[in-house]
Ligand binder design. Structure first.
Ligand code: ZN
Length: 131
């Protein structure tokens, strides 16, 4: 579909002159087709997601998990309560390991180490308590 460059009125494909203002349409007839081709190609930005979507965000729940895991590890390590310390150590390891996978970083690694140490000390303490 062609449009007159001078008055903007729609012109038929076969017309040589605009029916409204009489301007020549021979050159204009091809321009709208080029524009429509450009419209069909989406901008390259549409293909790739924005950079902030590619970086996995360190979500707050992972940090909370890591903090709770660290707390349970410390609890298992320092509180002399048999059985409960073992449970706290195991849960602390699970939470810290899960938080590490979710990208909580150093806090989760610290929680994992402390929870493992806490679990070992809790098992020793619980065994001593039983014997
Ligand atoms: Zn015209």
């Amino acid at each position: 579909m062609a449009f007159c460059e001078y008055c903007g009125k729609r012109a038929e494909e076969g017309d040589n002159n605009c029916t409204a203002c009489g301007a020549k349409l021979s050159v204009m007839a091809q321009q709208p087709q080029q524009q429509s081709q450009a419209w069909q190609q989406p901008p390259p930005q549409w293909q790739a997601p924005p950079p902030w979507q590619q970086v996995p965000p360190t979500n707050q729940s992972a940090k909370t998990k890591a903090g709770v895991g660290l707390g349970l590890g410390l609890f298992a390590l320092f509180m002399p309560i048999p059985f409960l310390d073992v449970i706290a150590g195991i849960v602390g390891i699970c939470l810290s390991a899960s938080a590490r996978k979710e990208g909580a970083g150093g806090l989760a690694t610290g929680g994992l180490v402390v929870s493992i140490l806490g679990l070992i000390s809790a098992i020793i303490f619980t065994l001593n308590f039983l014997i």
